[in-house]
Design a protein around this ligand. Sequence first.
Ligand code: NAP
Ligand code: ZN
Ligand code: ZN
Length: 349
Amino acid sequence: MTYIVKGFAAMSADTPLVPFNVPRRALRTDDVQIDILYTGVCHSDLHMARNDWGVSQFPVVPGHEIVGRVKAVGSAVTKFKVGDLVGVGCLVDSCRSCYHCQHDLEQYCEQGSTQTYGDVDRHDHTPTYGGYSKEIVVSDAFVLSVPENLDTKAVPPVLCAGITTWSPLRHWNVGKGSKVAVVGLGGLGHMAIKLAKALGAEVTLFTRSPAKSQDALRLGASQIIVSTDEAQMKSVYNQFDLIIDTVPYSHDVSPYMPTLAIDGTLVFVGLIGKHPDFSTVPLVLGRRSIAGSAIGGIAETQELLDFCGKHNIVSDVEMINMADINTAYERMLKSDVKYRFVIDIANTL
Ligand code: NAP
Ligand code: ZN
Ligand code: ZN
């Protein structure tokens, strides 16, 4: 039997989020029922709530950076028990049998993975609703173990902002001696700096906001380049092995391309959509690449959580009450977040 928990939803693209009764399914044999403690606020939540990508089905209950404790498990679940500290990221299911699913790349499932919200369950065809809610029910294969030694309220962003930047850092073999640049200091950007630094890279931040310089240095960057300053940009030509571009909106990438070293790659993780024209000259005359990357697989996300546990890495968070979500979205649009909002679900919803 379906049951109801409290939540918050966008009912349309141009109205604020409001309280909403979220239906949750009765446990299947492989399900984990989770009491949500904290949910991070990703810029994708805002894109989906406002239908920026033209795919939103309302009501939208956002939230794919979820940390909570196991409340109950289905009869076939052996990996988790009541009371365990667990996480759920952007994925709650996939076909589990295609080449990508078999190779821990569920995010690239050939049949399309099932998103934590704004999607449809593959079995009962009901809408998926995310972590702006008291509880969630997820198949055990898509539930992550969260290290107990970390500051729990600062862990949720690891599950999207973290893995989205970790996956390209790993794919492009970033390690000691690598030179990495990050474009944009927001949720994804600040995790990218921390993780690249922890992997041994030398990290540069490209920002439009010089006021964030001190924070960037504290987070682990060794250099800050104001992207609108031509002379500063010229000073870092031919340097970076990897640039992680987290900017959410269409922007000109030409100023960044000459800053890549030979064989360097600029990977888009921010913008998902059309991009203005760019010249192939810096690509051809430097064997440089432009690429994209989506979140990460379940095994890779667990690898990251374990890495964070070992290196004591969490997000820099500003805690908010559930009712403050609409103000938080407005502040996010002004790049006024240090550096991730996290909703105190347990105490304020
Ligand atoms: P965020 O916290 O709002 O940070 C974005 C940062 O980009 C801002 O802090 C700002 O940094 C910079 N920025 C914002 N608008 C800009 C503009 N018009 N031009 C240049 N720079 C701009 O957002 P987020 O949560 O990190 O998410 C970033 C993007 O990643 C979103 O579009 C989100 O949907 C996407 N995303 C993708 C994936 C994936 O799988 N690929 C996963 C999660 C999120 P400065 O002030 O330093 O310039
Ligand atoms: Zn996200
Ligand atoms: Zn698949």
